[in-house]
Design a protein around this ligand. Structure first.
Ligand code: GCU
Length: 327
């Protein structure tokens, strides 16, 4: 893996040097990595953002998007960004928990009352405060992207938490996601997204959890025929940028980038709603059954997580209270 990372860094480094010396015009081209394919709504939203920022800055700021984890897994991309080999990463709050603990709030199950509460948190002062919280780790968040609710999928219907007993369940490398699966009786197995299709197919894990578009577009729907709509978390995608890259821009170009990012966040809401519908229909055509679980039982099973948090992490617990107080 390190070898691959070194090769990637070298390639990215060379591309930057060539690009720089070949043009006298002071355009900045940012490299943005993410792990979804071109059909995913978030790729489309970010493509619009790249167009808009180029227009708003008269071509001075350009963004080149590398989809499909071409430049490494989400974690590798974050590390490349911290090393200065990449400028931007579209990641999500679960991955970011390891870099800035404030993001763990988004990974707590059944925290948001409904979608409007979730939008108000992300788009209000608390959301902005969390985006700024990682500055000491060498990056900041520019915006969130809607990523719906996450639910469990496997080869049998999950109706009650007991149905997860002893199952090996793939989670993202997020301590909160790991605790959640343990609270529900499953055995959490952290894995990179790109490794999950094979892991499900070969029985390395028994189940996984994600939103509907990611489930369908990653073709996990070929191997997991039951999607149980327990909707345990609403984990937003997050667009982050290295502070080195951001701080090097003029104030006007920083503002243009933020504007384009915020506009693409609004656009994403519509793209997401359409994509959720389309991908659900596609999965159903492939024989996937969407089942309605006993949600109150899931809500109850995770309540001890909140009591534990109040004891073990008062700071995070205070942030959770702030989130709950948002109208
Ligand atoms: C979502 C999210 C990705 C993340 C993935 C995962 O699809 O958009 O950023 O990597 O979940 O479960 O790993």
């Amino acid at each position: 893996m390190n070898m691959r990372k070194n090769v990637l860094s070298a390639v990215i480094g060379t591309a930057l040097t060539v690009g720089f010396s070949a043009s006298a015009f002071a355009a900045t081209t940012f490299k943005l990595s993410h792990n979804h394919n071109r059909d995913h709504a978030v790729h489309k939203a970010m493509t619009e953002m790249a167009k808009e920022v180029r227009e708003l800055t008269d071509g001075e700021v350009r963004i080149r998007i590398y989809p499909d984890a071409q430049l490494g897994t989400q974690r590798e991309s974050m590390e490349l960004m911290q090393n200065g080999a990449l400028d931007m990463v579209k990641t999500n709050a679960a991955e970011l928990e390891a870099f800035s603990s404030d993001y763990s709030a988004f990974n707590l199950p059944y925290l948001f009352r409904d979608q409007q509460h979730y939008f108000n948190v992300k788009e209000g002062p608390v959301g902005e405060q969390i985006l700024a919280s990682s500055r000491d780790s060498g990056f900041i968040g520019l915006t969130y992207y809607e990523a719906g609710a996450r639910s469990f999928y496997t080869s049998k219907p999950i109706i009650n938490p007991e149905d997860l007993d002893g199952m090996k369940i793939r989670v993202q490398p997020s301590p909160t996601a790991i605790n959640m699966v343990k609270s529900l009786g499953g055995s959490p197995t952290p894995l990179a997204y790109g490794e999950l299709y094979t892991a499900l197919q070969q029985g390395v894990v028994d189940a996984a959890e994600n939103n509907i578009p990611s489930f369908s577009l990653s073709r996990h729907s070929e191997v997991s025929k039951y999607f149980s709509l327990d909707e345990h978390t609403m984990v937003p995608d997050v667009l982050v940028i290295s502070t080195k890259s951001f701080d090097a821009l003029s104030k006007e170009n920083q503002a243009a980038l933020k504007t384009a990012a915020m506009n693409s966040m609004q656009l994403m809401k519509q793209l997401w709603a359409d994509s959720e519908q389309q991908e659900r229909a596609k999965a159903e055509k492939m024989g996937v059954k969407f089942v309605t679980p006993n949600k109150p039982a899931f809500v109850e099973a995770v309540q001890p997580m909140y009591a534990d948090l109040a004891k073990s992490n008062p700071e995070l617990s205070a942030l959770v209270e702030e989130i709950k107080a948002v109208q």
